[in-house]
Structures are given as structure tokens and as C-alpha cells.
Design a protein around this ligand. Sequence first.
Ligand code: TRP
Length: 329
Amino acid sequence: MKKKKIVLSGMRPTDKLHIGHWVGALSNWVSLQNEYSCFFMVADWHALMSEYKDSSRIGKFAFDNVCDWLVYGVDPQKSIIFVQSDVNQHLELFLTLSLITPLGWLFRCPTFKEQMKQLKDKEINTYAFLGYPVLQASDILLYRANYVPVGQDQLPHLELCREIVRRFHTLYKNGVFVEPQPLLTSTSRLLGLDGRKMSKSYDNFISLDEEDRTLERKVLSMFTDPQRQKKADPGHPQNCNVYTYYSVFQPQMKDEVEDWCRNAKRGCVECKKILAGILREFIAPKREKKRGFLKKKDYIYDILREGKAKAEKVASETLQEAKRTMKLL
Ligand code: TRP
């Protein structure tokens, strides 16, 4: 049997997960599990690089996020699920790669420049934050990942990782690391209830464990086609966020919903009520399952302990090889 290619991805546990994370990342992780040997990592050190003041939140959300991964279909029988800070090798390779990463590469990184502009209040002008992509490179290289599923915004980090690999190989020896390829997550991005990017800070999100009551209220607050003022006005589904939600969560209803809208057969409120029901059916069983997990915390901790052991085994081999190559004692 051909050996499966390796995938590694991570999420920063800075908050609870919402349906935008499901559409943009998690659903993709779930389907990759059959074809690849997958490592899914809670990037808690990365989260702390911007949220170090409120460090207790990170541990809390790490646990909560892992519960969501599991109830939404990340399978510990198929994939290795672990916490970055549980596997010390990440920090050791981080320093090793820091030795050879020129400061210019980091200062020039577009995500760094962007974040410094945007997150002024977070005080991320720290030594560690500048090294964010170097730690990310360690995450990827320790497992010799062939593919890294990421969004468009992470491409500069992947490129930097590849440059670090080439520099290591030129300086010491070829073939120690694998140059990873990005696996771009499909373009469908789910916008928030108000049509902006879905985000906790805009309060326009639906969580992956949203309660039925708040779910209906949130869906009813969604913006629809602004040109359709009255029920009798024909609408434009392509300009309607509600229609996009249908195409993601109930694609087989697309034509029907388009007909309701274009031919003014059903009003927006009714259309949203039906959508709320669809989302409720999607979310409620997972929410209840998660409730069970939260009562049996040990089940989650066992999975993470096992993930740590498996990840550590691979990571320590790669790190040893890197150190041997550098002829450390
Ligand atoms: N930087 C990534 C993000 O913000 C999270 C992350 C950390 C990651 N380490 C990783 C993603 C390794 C892929 C591979 O989304």
C-alpha cells in the first residue's frame, strides 16, 4: 500500500468556534482524514503570542475547540489530535530555525505588517510575535507535512517556511525537511449575519454549539437582498447572504429557494425561519454530544494525551535528525 501523504494544520484557540470555522476549515479537515495521515494541532503558543495578557482564556478555549473538532467529525482513530504546548520539540525547533532566519524576512512578512497596524491595542510588539511564522514553520516541519490546509491569508507563512527549509538545506544538508505545499481551503467563505466577515468581535456569528433560542433570533436578524423591500418584490438570491447559507448547508434546496425569492413566492422572514430550522438540525445533535463530552472531561484529556505521545514520537525523530545534521554534540 502506498504510504499516505502527511497533512498538518492548526487553529489558534483564541475563542469559541463558529459556523464560519466549520465552512472555512473544519469541514475540510474532516474530509481530509480519509486520504491523508493528518495531524491537527491546537496552536496555543501561537494564540498566546497575541493574547498573553489573558492567558487563562487560551487553555479554556483549547479544550472547548477540541470538543467541537470531535463532535463535528475529527476522528481520533484516524488523525492525531494534540496541543502544541504539550510537545516540547516545537519550541526547540523554533529556536533552531530562529538561528538561521534573517530578521528582514520576518519584518517584511505581510501578515506581520498588517497585524502591527490592526492590533495596536493588543501590544504585540514583542520579540515572540515577530517569530510567529518561525514557530509555524516548526509545527509543519517536525511532522514532515506534505500539505498544509490553510486560508489565503496564511500563504506568506507557508512561503517563509519553504524559504527556511531551503536555507537549512543549503547551510547543512539536503533532505532533512520536506518543503510543504499549501492546500487552499475552498473559496466558499461564510459571511456573518450582517454580511461582514464572520467574527466574534463583530457579534455577527453563530457558534458551533449555538442554543436553539438564540439561533432562531440570530438567523432572523440576517440581512437579505436590500432591493427586496416588500414580500411582493422579486428578490436577487445572488445578492442575499441567506441564499449563500442555503447553498452551504442545504445545497439540494438551492433551486427551490431561488424560485421562492426571484418569483416572490415566499417572503424573507419565512425563508429565514426555514433556514433556522435547517441550522438547528445541523447544530443541535452536536451541541448535545458536546454537552456529554464536557461532563466526561477525561475522555478529551485521554485523546490529547494519546495525541501528544504520537506527535512527540515523530517530532523527536525529526528534531534529532536536524541536530545531528548540524553536528551538535
Ligand atoms: N497561523 C495559523 C492561523 O492563524 C495557525 C497555525 C499555527 C497553523 N501553526 C500552524 C496553521 C501550522 C497551519 C499549520 O490560522
